[in-house]
Design a protein around this ligand. Sequence first.
Ligand code: MTE
Length: 370
Amino acid sequence: ILKPLPPRRFVDYGTNAEMRWDSVDPARYHTAQRHLFVRNHTRTPTIDPATYGLRIFGDGLREPRSEADAHVLSLRELKRLPRHVHTAVLECTGNGRSFFASQQDEPASGTPWTLGAVGTVRWEGVKLRHVLRRLGVSPRAVAVMATGLDDEFTSGGTNYGRVRRPFAIEKALDDAILAWAANGEDLLPDHGFPLRLVLPGWIGIASIKWLGSLEVSRRGLTSPWNTTFYRMTGGDYPADSPPLTVNPVRSAWELPWAATLPAGVTRTLTGRAWSGAGPIRRVDVSLDGGRSWRPAELEDPRGRAPRSGPADNGTGWTRWSVRWRAPRAGSYELLARATDRAGRRQPLVTPYNAQGYFFDAVVRHPVTVA
Ligand code: MTE
């Protein structure tokens, strides 16, 4: 990790680091890159933007190209294409993983995130579909493989090769972005400089950083990141459960973990809710450990980012708030439960899976009133 990690803003796990929710500025909608979580399989590479080139090849192009004969697009060429700006959540599939331990005895493997492996960024770049259409896509294309330029990933004695993950051509021709900037600034090295893929609404691994190549193919493609990792395994899941794509609905309080609040004061408590499947419709909160619930006030009931364009509709997060005066000093559990427009509501329990993905259950946030 190359960006400095102030301890009051991050929990540091070595090559990974998560944002602390109490470091979130309630007045600021987007997550500054220096506050954004980092999830690296290996180390952040240093890439010279002057010599960088994105390689695009495959038999899914109208005029098929081998890898050796790939189209190579420089950063300058990409930046001459129509600029596209889009606010979207970026979230690790394993966000919330540590809470599986509070639900059942079996621990889930992987980085023990609380809820800070998420952020909302104003991405800037060019639509992938624009680039692909210019090069020409075969009507028989079905998949695209995105490969990063970071080191090959080795774990438990196995070398899995470069970090890469395929995705459906429909997503490539829909809202996929080749992004070179976040919130108006060049990407930081940890977040994919000079170019990353962004697949709005999809799990974090789909947004390959330090994007080196795109293979457009007429057949389905696989990599360990959609067969071994980022699929549901263990628990009650079937052996052939599909690769994960769209993120679930989740929410968090902008409070320290655990929080201490002064007694006898009415205050506004704030939080955010988000979903990979579109805007948030409502957030219900419980301030008494789940006995009673009431709706939180949503900043924008249409679930849009402030000052957003039409493309942003619902791919950012929704800020919410609730006024609270604790009846007396003591220990409390604050609960938030979000529902998205697709009708998906946070469950009370997330079924176990071995790799600890998609923990979307309502979290009991501990608060001491003193
Ligand atoms: N891309 C490459 N090349 N290498 C990686 O290790 N990690 C992925 C994804 N893209 C990764 C990658 C994962 S698991 C996540 S959650 C996001 O990047 C994290 O993006 P961030 O570090 O910018 O927050």
